[in-house]
Design a protein around this ligand. Structure first.
Ligand code: SAH
Length: 220
């Protein structure tokens, strides 16, 4: 029932408003980020069987052993990126396409890479159907996307063992990289800012639990 899935009812809208209030109470401050979450129907990105859970502040399976990130995590990472209209943003880990769509709604030009072919194919088709335009790539994102670099912002949505050097080199001066780094179970959220003189500053935030980043500079 594909048409039913893409219906955004008053019930969904109400649950979404409640989710936004919950994110605010958990500390998310950016009104732009909260508005984007309030606008984008998260249930569109869910398997039909799980739709009733779409507005819980939890991660859920999207197939291929992967998950759609918890709304709080999406909000937290997006807030750290401080997206401005027209920013060129690279996302590693397309997954369901939800996080990328939030970036798109904030006015970013989105480039996103996915390592699992089935997810890449499914999400590409689905975003086309939704009419959400972004540049999707299949492959290992730990090397970034040299042909399209540099980027204003880079976001990694899987847990990394180290910060891949390629991602830092593909940041513009003034650019921001947000990446969860740690072991396989938990990762600290790290924000790297490349200053205009090329030097880096590093801020560390709370722990999160992401699925592992695979590939050359990921977990093998
Ligand atoms: N941003 C996603 C969350 C996806 S979970 C969303 O909004 O739904 C993390 C995703 O990263 C998974 O889909 C996983 O397959 C992908 N991934 C893991 N290692 C990767 C790599 N090296 N390059 C690209 N994607 C990767």
């Amino acid at each position: 029932m594909p048409l039913l899935k893409l219906e955004d009812t008053y019930l969904h809208k109400g649950k979404r408003r409640a989710l936004v209030a919950e994110l605010k109470s958990k500390g998310i401050q950016s009104q732009e980020v909260l508005n984007a979450i309030n606008t984008l129907p998260r249930h569109f990105f869910f398997d039909s069987a799980l739709i009733s859970h779409a507005y819980e502040d939890k991660a859920f399976p999207i197939g291929e052993g992967q998950t759609i990130s918890q709304p709080y995590t999406v909000a937290f990472q997006t807030e750290l990126l401080n997206i401005h209209h027209g920013d060129k943003v690279l996302e590693i880990g397309t997954g369901s396409g939800y996080q990328g769509s939030i970036l798109h709604l904030l006015g970013a030009e989105v480039y996103t890479i996915e390592y699992q072919r089935k997810l890449f194919e499914g999400t590409s088709k689905f975003l086309k159907r939704l009419g959400i335009e972004m540049n999707l790539f299949y492959g290992d994102g730990t090397g970034g996307l040299p042909a399209y670099a540099p980027f204003d912002k880079i976001l990694v949505t899987a847990g990394a063992p180290i910060i891949p050097e390629a991602l830092i080199s593909q940041l513009k001066p003034g650019g921001i990289l947000v990446i969860p780094v740690g072991d396989r179970k938990k990762q600290a959220m790290i924000k790297i800012t490349k200053k205009n003189d090329g030097t880096l500053s590093r801020e560390e935030y709370d722990n999160f639990a992401f699925v592992p980043l695979l590939g050359k500079d990921g977990w093998r």
